[in-house]
Design a protein around this ligand. Structure first.
Ligand code: PRX
Length: 653
């Protein structure tokens, strides 16, 4: 073993784990590598309910793959119906609203709610093959809406509630959605995040949208367009149909449609290297199998666990590890609507103590923000129920890892640092907690069936401890199938950079023990608080502003959020108050994309550094915000004075 501190799981954890000890892990990984068809076939048969069995396990026509070909299944059936015989009264969600209201939803309750809403969708004429946009707060009706769509084979796309009306519109149009499912609003930091108003603004010029179905969370006044907008309810009162849905009550039973294994389950938009978000498509059978299995491998999920993933369902983490993975695995989860600091920084720890959470899965940004508030918050709550901790979304710095281990896990809980992406659908590199010793800052080893490598741009593996591009050698069950409506972009972006391998867009190194260390993105994608943002998307938003001539955006290191958005802007001719305009442009970006994309810093400049062919040299700007100096080759630069001025600007700030 090498120099870094190494933490082995304690013997009690190992003894009870789904996968115990390094030899067991290695045997699984080797078998998956050597006999992928047998390996995945056996898992799919054991873990998943199929209405009809597949004819073969996978079909790989690079870069397109199909899994469990010819099989028939249904995500919603696997998440609900199959648990009813033995676990109807088991809690699916302990839900806690930010203001303190709570709901306990059993598998039987959730099944009933999903059936009712599926019946509403059906009654309104929506059917298999249609697309739905879901734009909702973190309330139980959000998983209900997703599962009702999945039940009928309506492909959904959840849009994170922090996205603006403009961002919503782009997604509705790209997807050609027939229905938008939303709510009046939700609670965040004791303020209402209004959603219905953004829908009204966002679906102008969206002729595909026939209806808007509206759940009520905050009860605030909203506009309802007659004939287009309808209130819906799925809760105990049974008053499902208000405001025009024929006054009928939807029934409590709705059979799950037997869908092809490759039926499109959902599209989730994520940022790429251009201004246009990519609609990542996930299908049914392979995704279902992989997220179910990784619940056991990574979270070691057991029947009596109380599992809490603190992400928002609007991101892939919430899709795979709040909704589909945990429900398919029959787990009990906590779902929390609001912010960690409301009413104070003890909120999360009070939730852990109240519901006796045994597994907590969160992000490094959240951990760093909580560290800053001091140990008195976690220390004043009983965290003894915790047995496993997880991290996701961005590299975790060893200091944050150690704090998580010591102050939250009381040196008792293994930490699973999970590396994956919207595109991978499920966790790719992470320690199996009862098997793989951990090193702070490393995602450790790949899951069975995942063959990562670190290569240079010619496709040659780099040696141990050398930095290179992280790629994956073979298709896996939960891999994205394409970019919605753009198979060429899919082929080019993921399989065309280095021929025949999946290009992750991340840099990484592997140490002598085979452990992977993720170093960050190699493309123009930033990672702010674990949220993916494209520099181009923010630049496009900025140049829409009448005062802006040109914009270049880079990620700047940030103590809490990992990276922060830093914009270099040149202005059109005119008299401007830079201070005022800076405030306005930050607001502008928040309005165009969403509040989470609000730039930390706007720097005005007379010119941007460009190559002689006119390309903005973002590499130089990145260096300027990181180290305030510029190194490397600048011979292609048009005007060196620009760089000197920009680099010295920092000292004037
Ligand atoms: O750069 C990697 C980083 O987040 C990117 C994927 O972002 P997204 O598709 O939004 O999915 C986030 C949640 C799965 C990756 O390309 N990333 C994710 N997890 C880690 C990470 N970087 C380091 N360590 C991680 N555990």
């Amino acid at each position: 073993m090498s120099q870094e501190p190494v933490y082995a799981p304690n013997s009690d954890f190992v003894a009870k784990a789904h996968v115990s000890g390094m030899d067991a892990y290695r045997a699984l990984w080797e078998r998956a590598k050597d006999h992928p068809e047998d390996f995945w076939g056996e898992i799919a048969e054991k873990e998943i309910h199929w209405f009809e069995k597949w004819s073969h396990v996978f079909e790989w026509n690079p870069p397109f793959v199909k899994w469990f070909v010819g099989g028939k299944t249904n995500m919603s059936y696997n998440c609900l119906d199959r648990h009813l015989a033995e676990n109807a009264n088991k809690v699916a969600f302990h839900w806690e609203g930010e203001p303190g209201d709570t709901r306990t939803v059993t598998y039987a309750d959730l099944h009933r709610m999903v059936c009712r809403f599926a019946n509403v969708l059906k009654a309104r004429g929506f059917k298999t093959g249609d697309r739905a946009i879901i734009y909702m707060p973190m309330i139980v009706e959000l998983p209900v809406a997703m599962l009702a769509c999945a039940r009928l084979g309506i492909t959904h796309s959840v849009v994170f509630g922090g996205f603006s009306a403009e961002a919503l519109k782009a997604r509705v149009q790209d997807l050609g959605a027939a229905v938008v499912i939303t709510a009046d609003g939700g609670w965040r930091r004791a303020k209402e995040v209004k959603l219905k108003g953004a829908v009204d603004e966002g679906i102008v010029d969206c002729p595909s949208v026939k209806e808007v179905l509206v759940f009520q969370r905050t009860g605030s006044a909203i506009d309802m367009v007659a004939g287009r907008d309808f209130f819906v309810r799925v809760d105990e009162s049974q008053r499902l149909a208000e405001g025009g849905i024929d006054g009928t009550l939807a029934g409590d039973e709705c059979p799950a449609v037997e869908l092809d294994s490759e039926h499109p389950l959902y599209v989730l938009y994520t940022s790429g290297t251009t201004g246009k978000p990519k609609g990542i498509l996930h299908t049914t059978g392979g995704y279902l199998t992989y997220v179910t299995m990784t619940m056991k491998w990574v979270f070691d999920i057991k029947p009596d666990d109380v599992y809490w993933c603190s992400a928002d369902i609007g991101w892939v983490t919430g899709h795979s590890y709040i909704v589909y993975g945990p429900l398919s695995a029959g787990a009990t989860s906590i779902m929390y609507e609001g912010a960690p600091d409301t009413p104070d920084f003890g909120r999360w720890w009070s939730i852990v103590a109240k519901y006796k959470a045994s597994i907590l899965y969160t992000s490094p940004t959240a951990i760093r923000a909580l560290i800053r508030q001091g140990d008195q918050w976690p220390n004043s709550h009983d965290l003894s129920s915790l047995r496993l901790l997880g991290s996701v979304g961005e590299p975790i710095n060893p200091a944050a890892w150690e704090w998580y281990h010591r102050v939250i896990g009381k040196e008792r809980c293994p930490i699973v640092d999970t590396w994956w992406q919207t595109e991978t659908g499920g966790i790719m590199i992470a320690p199996m907690p009862g098997a793989v010793p951990t090193k702070p800052g490393s995602g450790t080893l790949p899951m069975p069936g995942i063959i990562p490598e670190i290569i240079d741009l010619s496709g040659n593996p780099v040696g141990d401890d050398r930095e290179g591009f992280l790629v994956i050698r073979r298709p896996w069950p939960s891999m994205l199938r394409t970019i919605w409506g753009d198979p060429d972009r899919y082929a080019d972006q993921y399989w065309g950079k280095v021929q025949g391998v999946y290009f992750t867009g991340d840099a990484a190194r592997r140490d002598k023990d085979g452990y992977f260390w993720i170093l960050g993105r190699v493309d123009d994608v930033m990672n702010v608080s674990g949220h993916r943002l494209s520099t181009m998307e923010i630049e496009s938003a900025l140049v829409k502003h009448p005062a802006v001539a040109e914009a270049a955006v880079v990620g700047k290191p940030h103590e809490i959020t990992g990276q922060a958005v830093c914009c270099f802007v040149t202005l059109k001719k005119g008299d401007y108050d830079h201070h005022e305009l800076g405030i306005e442009l930050r607001k502008w970006v928040a309005h165009e994309i969403g509040p989470f994309a609000r730039p930390e810093e706007i720097r005005f400049s007379e010119a941007l550094p460009k190559t002689r062919s006119g390309k903005i040299m973002r590499r130089l700007l990145r260096e300027i915000v990181t180290s305030h100096t510029v190194s490397g080759d600048v011979t292609t630069l048009e005007d060196m004075n620009v760089v000197t001025r920009l680099a010295s600007q920092h000292d004037e700030d």
